[in-house]
Design a protein around this ligand. Sequence first.
Ligand code: SF4
Length: 317
Amino acid sequence: MTLLEVKDLHVHYRTLKGVVRAVEGVTFELGRGEALGIGGESGCGKSTLAFALMKLIPPPGRIVKGKVILDGKDLTGLPEDVLRKEVRWKEVSMVFQGAMNALCPVFTIGDQLAGPLMYHWGMSRREALERAAEALEMVGLHSDMLRRYPHELSGGQKQRVVIAMAILLNPKLIIADEPTTALDVIVQAQIMNLFKKLKKELSSSLVFITHDLSLIADIADKVAIMYGGKLVEFGPAEEVFIEPKHPYTHLLLSSIPRIDRRTKLTWIPGTPPDLRNPPPGCRFWPRCPHAMDICKKEEPPMVELGRGHRVLCHLYA
Ligand code: SF4
């Protein structure tokens, strides 16, 4: 059953140097309990898309077109006070990039976890702290943490606290924006195992955003690849990883080292497009090894390949 539908979403930033078209025409859907991995290079619009799903785009950004429908409710049409009281944290929560920035340095972990419970569920402070201790236990932390301040915690512990915050109110959807960035590989593996455990134990759907496709392969049921603000490939994880269709997905996967194959590592020549002035036609043509004349003039169509797998490319039109 579908939980999240994103329809033709456009997010623009109006700057003094022009309009940055950060997200353009993004459409996808996600079922209940499913995990979606969104990948692509830095600046491709992944984080902007994540913030748009919570309608938290910072100015001068704005959703200029499209819909985000969560459990039948169009979030793009809701006023800010309704979003704050009824939607954020209760229905959809977010694990922000950089746990240190997401925690307030002058409040204890207990205060920071109890706040949303008292505000949204009307709990007393005592009840809220009990529920906060349960959430900490779910992410592998002792309830002693409730009395500590963020600076007393390691990077991995802070990231676990932020994840506990995201699951506190049993939201239907959890968005994790680069949740393992800035963590060493051991802690990164522990956090990935924690996400996998929570995915099994909770019924929430997960949107996992990262530039590291190997992390997506580890957790996702569906994969979305973004390039230059556009969704260029979307489909079941197994299909996209085993038989990628878009030339960009192909190149991204070929640039990941594999210990089971002695294949030559490749890289993607060139740089991502300037989103104030993207190239005409397909945004990937200046870097695409299969570019044809039509690619330089006409925007490619989204081609449905079956079983929910689709690709934005003239090669399949
Ligand atoms: Fe390459 Fe053309 Fe496909 Fe774009 S539309 S990815 S340039 S083949």
